[in-house]
Design a binder for this molecule. Structure first.
Ligand SMILES: Cc1cc2nc3c(=O)[nH]c(=O)nc-3n(C[C@H](O)[C@H](O)[C@H](O)COP(=O)(O)O)c2cc1C
Length: 362
């Protein structure tokens, strides 16, 4: 794994469509799927959440759970799916997850965590990585010992989010504490938390001496951040962010990708969230964001974004945006139960969502 920039798991975000978009802009970055419940896989081993696109490498599949045998089963399925590595979630702070012994709760159960990592490591040939936080709360910041345990149990790399479970997302990520973990381990350590610009990434690496940086929220509606970070780290050159129309074009293509892959109901629901992310920072976008949270179709999205393009970049901007709409004409079944989606015939393939072929939705 050569990439120093990693888009780590984000539930509800790093699905096939999002990853395809990021990958089309930065083919080399390391990515991971959303977290996958090892328990749920027992009942539904065919779950599409682990589906990987063609040429989607390097890619990890993240699994969560606390029963070693169940985690082994999930890891074996992930390996069979073609993942380059299996990431074990030991950092999720959400009560629904931690109230069992899953996610960050495992930082309070290091012996069980060790058992899980060792069992998974022994059961698959691909590398096992672990993602965790600084600890459960400020009085129990055990990330250094936890990292040492993970390395000893066979982890090939760890990602450390510089917050405790108790902090959730409040306060600032403590990059100095991540530095302690890095200093204690021999395996690669990726630092994570609050990287929203190429300069942030460089500072995190400077402070922590980490081998790479994991960028989650910063990539929402802003997939260009990933190659901009890579370029800045490699050459010191700070590339311009794309202009507003390019962001709107990508937003629309993201929406189409979700509709194709997930069908009209789920696709539109999920698009609402993503579309608003893409318009952050565009002057005058606030009232449009509100409307984007209420779209009922791809046509609605196109209409609202075209109006925003006019405000942001005048008639020329609107025309540029509408060209994307024209070139990616889209229709889907009016019978959501059938979930059939298709592109109009003879239309040019989308720029960013090329790898996401139209599929029947179960
Ligand atoms: C919407 C969302 C979903 C997330 N889902 C996961 C997940 O499934 N597994 C995981 O290990 N971390 C998850 N995270 C945590 C991120 O991977 C990352 O550790 C955290 O957001 C801090 O990095 P950032 O400051 O770059 O966002 C999620 C974060 C967000 C914002």
């Amino acid at each position: 794994m050569k990439s120093r920039v990693y888009v780590p798991p984000m539930a509800g975000v790093t699905d096939l469509v999002f990853r395809d978009i990021v990958r089309s802009i930065d083919p080399n970055c390391m990515m991971s799927t959303e977290m996958v419940s090892s328990r749920a896989l027992l009942a539904r081993p065919e779950s599409r959440i682990m589906d990987l696109g063609p040429n989607e490498h390097p890619i990890g599949i993240q699994i969560f759970g606390h029963e070693p045998d169940v985690m082994v089963h999930a890891a074996q399925l992930a390996e069979a799916k073609g993942a380059d590595f299996v990431d074990i979630n030991m950092g999720c702070p959400v009560p629904k997850i931690t109230k069992g012994k899953d996610g960050c709760a495992l930082m309070r159960e290091p012996e069980l965590a060790r058992e899980i990592i060792s069992a998974v490591k022994a059961a698959i040939k691909i590398p096992v990585t672990v993602k965790f936080r600084l600890g459960w709360d400020d009085s129990t910041r055990n990330a250094v010992q936890f990292g040492e345990m993970a390395e000893g149990a066979g982890a090939s790399m760890v990602t450390v989010h510089g917050r405790t479970r108790q902090q959730l997302y409040s306060g600032e990520a403590d990059w100095h504490f991540i530095a302690k973990v890095k200093a204690a381990l021999s395996i690669p350590v990726f630092g994570n938390g609050d990287v929203f610009s190429p300069e942030n990434a460089a500072t995190l690496l400077e402070i922590t001496d980490c081998d790479g940086v994991a960028v989650a929220r910063g990539s929402l509606g802003n997939p260009w951040l990933i190659p901009r970070i890579t370029k800045y780290l490699d050459t010191g050159v700070l590339e311009d962010a794309p202009d507003d129309i390019e962001r709107m074009r990508c937003a629309y293509l993201h929406c189409l990708g979700l509709l194709r892959y997930k069908g009209p109901r789920v696709g539109i629901n999920e698009s609402r969230r993503h579309l608003t992310q893409y318009t952050k920072g565009i002057p005058g976008a606030a009232p449009f964001r509100n409307r984007l949270t209420q779209i009922a179709s791809a046509d609605d999205a196109a209409q609202i974004l075209a109006e925003l393009a006019l405000v942001a970049a005048g008639e020329e901007g609107r025309k540029r945006f509408l060209l994307t709409v024209e070139q990616n004409n889209f229709k889907y079944s009016e019978h959501p139960g059938e979930g059939h989606s298709e592109r109009e015939s003879g239309i040019q393939a989308p720029v960013y969502v090329g790898a996401v072929a139209p599929v029947a939705v179960p």
